[in-house]
Design a protein around this ligand. Structure first.
Ligand SMILES: CC(C)(COP(=O)(O)OP(=O)(O)OC[C@H]1O[C@@H](n2cnc3c(N)ncnc32)[C@H](O)[C@@H]1OP(=O)(O)O)[C@@H](O)C(=O)NCCC(=O)NCCS
Length: 219
């Protein structure tokens, strides 16, 4: 964990999550239940116990194994949410996935795009990864706006891709490779150079996502 650096831009800092964040984390998860539930990853095999300290420990173990970067997001020094880099793969794939949330009272201040830009740049230029991916439910307009702001490139629709809020949900997937932006994501966005049109989802994919995939009933 000590090798994961804290990174800041303006009022936003991402830093490795610690066990002593558990109390603030639990309070935000409870206070923001309605805000987060619709977008929360769930277990397809039934509910897991809600143990925040165990979840922080598990993220830290994952980080020690080199598979993830579990960040807390701070805004003006206050715990505001989480950003997790997961599924880190080195070698010929050189890829990772980003997920995030913030408490409702911090929404709309560019906190998440700043956190995503900081994490992506660290993965590209600190860890040497080649590709970063973000997958978002078609209904999640605020999150789609995050990738649009940063100029992530739309890559496609994945049907019933992640188990969210109790069922397998379609996701729109977005990515960037380091080759596309030698100046980094944060610099490009702050310079007003992010190609926001790259995140546009073609109408055909929007239409496909609105039609549920036919799944035969289980015997
Ligand atoms: C998606 C999310 C992380 C965006 O974070 P953020 O820090 O607010 O990001 P931004 O400041 O860039 O805002 C993005 C858009 O959200 C919308 N937004 C702003 N304030 C909002 C609020 N209070 N309520 C709902 N939407 C709001 C705006 O459309 C904004 O775009 P704009 O800046 O062009 O107006 C945040 O809404 C969130 O945590 N949502 C619940 C969990 C979630 O969806 N996680 C992502 C799963 S893929």
């Amino acid at each position: 964990m000590s090798t994961i650096p804290a990174l800041s831009s303006g009022d936003v800092t991402i830093r490795p999550i610690r066990l002593r964040d558990a109390r603030a984390l639990e309070r935000e998860l409870i206070d923001n239940r309605g805000w987060l539930r619709q977008w929360e990853a769930t277990n397809p095999h039934g509910p897991l116990s809600f143990d925040v300290r165990a979840s922080v420990r598990s993220l830290q173990a994952n980080a020690r194994a080199g598979l993830g970067l579990p960040y807390a997001i701070d805004y003006k020094g206050e715990f505001a949410g989480q950003l997790n880099v997961s599924s880190i793969t080195y070698g010929s794939l050189g890829c990772a996935t980003i997920g995030y949330w913030i408490a409702e009272r911090f929404a709309g201040h560019d906190v998440t795009p700043t956190a995503v830009a900081l994490a992506t740049d660290h993965c590209f230029f600190g860890l040497g990864l080649h590709r970063m991916e973000i997958c978002i439910r078609p209904e999640n307009a605020p999150s789609l706006r995050v990738v649009e702001k940063l100029g992530f490139r739309y890559e496609g629709l994945r049907r019933r891709y992640i188990h969210i809020n109790g069922d397998w949900r379609d996701h729109f997937c977005f990515a960037l490779t380091v080759d596309e932006l030698p100046q980094g994501v944060l610099r490009r966005w702050q310079d007003g150079q992010a190609p926001t049109e790259d995140a546009t989802v073609p109408p055909a994919d929007r239409a496909r996502a609105s039609i549920p995939l036919r799944v035969p009933p289980r015997r």
